[in-house]
Design a protein around this ligand. Sequence first.
Ligand code: SAM
Length: 258
Amino acid sequence: MFKKKSLGQHFLTSTHYLSLITDTAHITPGERVLEIGPGEGALTHELLSRGAIVVAIEKDHRLIPVLEEKFQHEIAEGKLQLIENDVLRFDISSHLQGTYKLVANIPYYITGAILEKFLSASLQPTSMTLLVQKEVAERIAREKKESILSLSVKAYGTPRYIKTVPRGAFSPPPEVDSAILAIENISRNNFKSAAHEKKFFDLLHAGFAHKRKLLKRNLESAVGREYSDILKNTRIRENARAEDVSLEQWLVLVESSL
Ligand code: SAM
């Protein structure tokens, strides 16, 4: 079957990295796992072999009969549920109840949308173990030079850069290197209310609106109020840029702005 580049079809063929992904996810038998894009089932097989109960969503209809054939026993035993759908249209709560982990070699063209959908969902996974583009994993997990993406992830969980995965571990090889990214301890404990959560994202987008401008100027032009005192109270330098401000400081800034 020819692989569709438009669907990010780079299948992982290295058994070493397949088991590193499942090791990272700390799968225990009977645990529920959501997999995005099972492809030809390499990671699905690894997850099932660790005793996971898997729900897998695949957009490419051509792969469904391949997966049904390969996993006929697991499907019959209720260990695997296959869903043909676009993950971005998938209604989480109608297929999952209680706790679950997200484990996937995701299509890179929708990395941001997947992170946003599952981190902000009312039924969040407890952890995510994802293969993503190497630069994206680095940008999310590093301590310095924050971005809207890194702060959005850190607001809900603890990201960790696990391991670089070379392009040769895939068939066909992608044009970029990849990395295993873990996001653990996912919750909305950083937010005191839905209003706090909303305000956090509103301010984050306002603060990063013009990259070259100081945070203070960006906030003042978006929110229409003086920010000198608020910044002083939250111990943020007057001449800081949005990328210099830590998650903890953003959270205090948001509370002071409510
Ligand atoms: N899990 C397999 C592996 O590791 O070898 C395949 C991973 S491949 C990088 C990404 C998979 O996601 C492909 O099977 C592709 O068809 C599927 N896919 C792409 N876009 C999708 C979407 N919007 N929703 C669900 N699956 C999607």
